[in-house]
Design a binder for this molecule. Structure first.
Ligand code: FES
Length: 123
């Protein structure tokens, strides 16, 4: 067993993600994280949307691999944490401004790996 395997923290079983391909993991060394799989690769990002702080782990991963907020459908690139589309619906006229302000403050991203059917946070 390598040193990184010894210090890794098991976050969630890939089989427990369901159709949304993302879940909230509350108890981690970094607090609550949104953890999932995008385009076959695992990811872990901070859980609070930069718009009005919805729980991103309750959103879903889109067909093109972005994490979509469950409240107003902002989209995030899970590799960089960047908001790539601002909020929709009633907020759509403000989407560009939100993306430029709240979106400039990226989600934090954390190193993870997919191993033994689970997503692990690397130390
Ligand atoms: S809270 Fe996420 S888009 Fe509004």
């Amino acid at each position: 067993m390598s040193t990184s395997e010894q210090s890794a923290v098991r976050l969630v079983d890939a089989g427990d993600l369901g159709a949304s391909q993302v879940a909230v993991v509350e108890e981690t060394p970094h607090g609550a994280l949104a953890v999932g799989i995008s385009a076959g690769k695992p990811f872990a990002v901070s859980n609070r949307c930069r718009h009005l702080f919805a729980s991103l782990g309750k959103g879903h991963v889109t067909d093109d691999g972005c994490l979509q907020c469950p409240w107003h459908a902002s989209l995030y690139d899970v590799e960089t944490g960047k908001m790539v589309r601002g909020p929709q619906g009633a907020f759509k006229p403000l989407a560009g401004a939100v993306k430029a302000t709240a979106g400039a403050c990226k989600l934090k991203t954390y190193p993870v790996e997919l191993r033994d059917g689970a997503i692990w946070l690397l130390g």
